[in-house]
Design a protein around this ligand. Sequence first.
Ligand code: UD1
Length: 367
Amino acid sequence: MLKVIIVAGARPNFMKVAPIVAAMRRRSNEFHPILIHTGQHYDAAMSDAFFRDLEIPDPDVDLGVGSASHAVQTAGVIQAFEPSVINEKPDWVLVVGDVNSTIACALVCAKLDVKVAHVEAGLRSRDRTMPEEINRVLTDQIADLLLTPSADADENLKSEGIPAERIRFVGNIMIDSLLENLGRARKSTARADLGLEDKDYAVLTLHRPSNVDEHAALSRILDALERISQRLPIVFPAHPRTRKMIDELGLTERVANMKGLIVIDPASYLDFLQLLSGARLVLTDSGGIQEETTVLGIPCITLRENTERPITVEMGTNRIAGTQTARIVAAANEVLDHPPDKNNLRIPPLWDGKTADRILDALMGAS
Ligand code: UD1
C-alpha cells in the first residue's frame, strides 16, 4: 500500500488532481491518498466550485496560504506544508502543473528526502520571464519521477540532463477530466443563461501578468477584442486578477462600453466546459485551454508570444498569435472566414482519458 500526498493549490491544478484522487480511491488496496489544498486559490469561484463540479473529496488538510507576492506565497506554502510531510511520512508526494504551490511542495520534499512525482513534467516555453517557467524548470530538477504529457516534454527533460529512467510518458491528465465530464457539462445552463444557445460566439480568458498588469499591453488586447466583437459576441469569464487590474488601470468604463464583450464571473468547470465546447473560437493566454480546445476541435488563438505546449500547434487547433492588435484580429478573421474541418481532428498520443491509471502504475513501478 502506497501512502501518497496529493497537492492541489490553484485553479488549474484541480482538474488534474481530480482523476488521480478518483483512481486511487478505486484502487484502494494499492493506494492511500491524502489530499492537501495549499489554499493558493481559496474563494468560491476559483476553488470551491471546482471541487463541487469535479466531485473531489474535501481536502484532508487545508493550509490556507492565500494570495500574496510570489516570495511570500511560495514561502508560506513551504512553511505550512513541511509539518504535514513530517507527520504523514508518505511514500510519495505528487505535485501537478506549474504554480507556486508545485515548486514549494516539491522543494519541501527534496529537503526531507521524501520522493516526489511531478505530473505535467517537461513542458517548456523557454521564456524565463514567466513565473510558471521557473516553477517548471526547478520542479523537474528536483522531482524523482517525471510524468510527461507529450513526447516533446521527454526530449526537453533529457536535454536538461535528466536521466531517462526518471521520465515516464503517461499522457495528458487534464484530458481525463475533460472526457469524464463532457456529458455532464451538456446539462449546464451557462449558454442558455447568456442567451447564446444556437448562436455563434467566442470565449476569452486572460490573466497572465504580462498581458493584464500594464496599461499598454492590456489596451492592445482590448483594441483587438473591440474589433473581433463586431463580428460575434465574446464571453469573458474574468479572472479576479484581471478584473482588479482593469479597475486599477482605469479601463473599467472602456470595457463596460464594449457591447460585444460579455464579462461574467469566473465560470465553474462544467459551465466553462459547456461554453468552450460550443464556441466558434477561443482567445486565451491560459496553458490548459490550449489543450482542451485541441481535443474539442475548437480553434484556439493564444494571446502569447510562445507556448510550452507546442503539440497543440503541431497537431491541434492552436495558433500563437502574440499580443499585437493586428495579428490577433487577423488570426480571428482567418478562423471565422475558414472554419476548420472537424473531420481532420488530430488528438495527440495518450490524450485518451486513461492517464490517471498510467500515473498510478508509474508510481507503483518506481516504488
Ligand atoms: C495562478 C498561477 C497561474 C495559473 C493561474 C490560474 C502561479 C505563479 N500562477 O496565477 O499559473 O494559470 O493561477 O488561475 O502560481 N484571487 C482571488 N481569489 C482566489 C485566488 C486569487 O480573488 O481564489 C486574486 C487575488 O487578488 C490575487 C490574484 O487573484 O492577488 C492573483 O492570484 P494568484 O494566485 O497570485 O495568481 P494567478 O494570477 O491566479
